[in-house]
Design a protein around this ligand. Structure first.
Ligand SMILES: Nc1ncnc2c1ncn2[C@@H]1O[C@H](COP(=O)(O)OP(=O)(O)OP(=O)(O)O)[C@@H](O)[C@H]1O
Ligand SMILES: [Mg+2]
Length: 479
């Protein structure tokens, strides 16, 4: 039970609530039970005395000749009945015909279910009753009379004063210590909790005391067993964070290196052009090389920006339904001039745009970036000769039943050797043996965008067994 509604819940308060609330609820129940038990206990000795009195009175019933019952109570015995300063005692002796032999006439009769025929067991019975406006405890017994048809009845009634006093004494004896024990129990629970929660505060202090660059794992054994999994998951997070920071540092270093090369080339060419003996031809060549180096630097910066856009794109850029075929046609159209420069036959095979099952939810700029990188690679790495013209085909395959969608970019270039296939998706990795310029960021960009759009990218031989085998990049979109 929550005593107070908090926005941020305290573990300490929660445990305290759940321990103390049942304790406080159980307390009145225990009070009620104690009261019942005390009543019962207090009745026992006085009931026994009452039974004894009834039996004693029954002894004084005598049978006169002719079956008539007589009753005479000696003085000391009648004194004994009254000798009680707390309670009033009444008695009644009725003969076989119901006539009063002695005592109070109007004492209540035994309940009707206790008729003499059924109740003749000579052992006095007990009941609660009311007499003259006072609650009474009564004992009665039927005494068989020789020669008479019905038995005589002896009843003794006693007010409940002594019993109430004794019950109150018992309750007091049990309850009073509880008033002291309960606050003590609350205090002990409090102290135990403070002690139990201490390892958490120590853990917090240890984390606070760390240097900002300290990502070493926390000691899982210095915390209680229950907190172990939490610490271990934080350690997992720290490890991943460490890896991710290391990757980012490496990426930054690689990016700086990639930019340094063309920039150093620029400076060198500028220095060369400024030589005293440089003629017009040298100047022209230097300017050409400067143009090339600046193009390379621009490409690197563009790829770095594309990578950054792809990595932050998941959350930052708006997603919308995109017609994949439409996007492919745009990319292919934009790549045609470059393909013609390389004498490469660039084409598209697949369904027309506009059909709803070829649409995927995503960001069109990122999706185009992804396809453009694959098409650029195919165009760049495929060489065209008159005997063997370069062919690059972009293909869309869709399964009308499963609604699966695959985009393939196929070329008849050198292909990617099986050993390289795992590595070409790493940032800045470039397979050796090509004289093509590049940064090694194209495929990591493709993979990142694919991941964000629930797609998977793989590379295979386009024409297995042939030489050269050609490369076949496949993007599989999940439905
Ligand atoms: N179609 C292809 N045929 C043969 N090799 C390829 C093909 N596509 C990629 N590769 C190989 O994979 C490597 C990585 O490609 P990626 O696109 O990531 O980088 P890049 O093309 O070198 O640089 P960028 O794309 O940033 O200009 C390339 O260096 C190349 O060796
Ligand atoms: Mg590339």
């Amino acid at each position: 039970m929550k005593l107070f509604q908090r926005t941020q819940r305290s573990l300490f308060g929660e445990i305290l609530d759940w321990m103390l609330t049942p304790l406080l609820l159980l307390w009145p129940i225990s009070l009620a039970l104690t009261w019942l038990v005390a009543q019962n206990l207090a009745n026992k000795p006085f009931d026994r005395a009452l039974v004894y009195n009834v039996q004693a009175l029954a002894q004084f019933i005598q049978v006169a000749p002719g079956g008539r019952a007589r009753f005479s109570l000696p003085q000391p015995a009648s004194e004994l009945l009254r000798a009680d300063d707390a309670d009033i005692v009444y008695y009644q002796v009725l003969g076989a015909r119901g006539e009063l032999l002695s005592g109070e006439r109007d004492l209540p009769a035994p309940p009707s279910e206790f008729e003499p025929e059924t109740d003749m067991n000579e052992v006095p019975a007990l009941r609660d009753a009311e007499f003259r406006g006072l609650p009474m405890r009564m004992a009665w017994v039927w005494v068989p009379i020789e020669g008479a048809r019905a038995p005589a009845l002896v009843q003794v009634a006693e007010t409940r004063e002594k019993r109430s006093v004794l019950a109150a004494e018992i309750i007091k004896g049990v309850m009073l210590p509880q008033f002291a024990i309960l606050p003590l129990a609350v205090l002990l629970v409090w102290l135990a909790l403070v002690r139990g929660i201490k390892p958490l505060s120590e853990l917090e202090a240890r984390i606070r005391a760390r240097r900002p660059d300290d990502l070493s794992p926390l000691d899982e054994h210095a915390v209680p067993q229950e907190v172990g999994p939490l610490v271990s998951s934080v350690n997992g997070l720290l490890t991943r964070l460490k890896d991710s920071i290391a990757t980012q540092k490496r990426f930054l270093a690689d990016a700086a290196h990639q930019l340094k090369t063309p920039l150093a080339g620029l400076r060198m060419q500028a220095d060369l052009a400024q030589r005293q003996d440089a003629d017009a031809e040298d100047l022209k060549q230097s300017l050409q090389l400067i143009g090339l180096a600046s193009m390379r630097a621009t490409h690197t910066v563009n790829q770095l920006l594309a990578m950054a856009r792809a990595e932050s794109g998941g959350a930052a850029l708006a997603h919308q339904p995109c017609d994949i075929v439409q996007l492919i046609l745009e990319v292919v159209r934009e790549a045609v001039p470059r393909a013609m420069d390389h004498q490469i036959d660039l084409g598209y095979e697949g369904p027309e745009p506009g059909s709803p099952e070829l649409s995927r939810h995503g960001n069109p700029t990122l999706l185009k970036e992804m396809i453009r990188n694959l098409v650029d690679n195919a165009v760049n790495y495929t060489s065209s000769t008159p005997e063997r013209p370069g062919v690059v085909t972009v293909r869309v395959r869709s399964d009308p039943f499963s609604h699966a969608l695959a985009v393939q970019v196929e070329d008849n270039g050198p292909g990617v050797p099986a050993a390289e296939r795992g590595r070409i998706f790493e940032p800045f990795y470039r397979a050796l043996g090509t004289n093509v310029d590049g940064t090694g960021l194209g495929l990591p960009i493709v993979q990142e965008i694919a991941r964000q759009h629930g797609a998977e990218v793989t590379v295979d031989d386009a024409h297995p067994g042939q030489q050269p085998p050609g490369a076949l990049f496949t993007l599989r979109f999940a439905r």
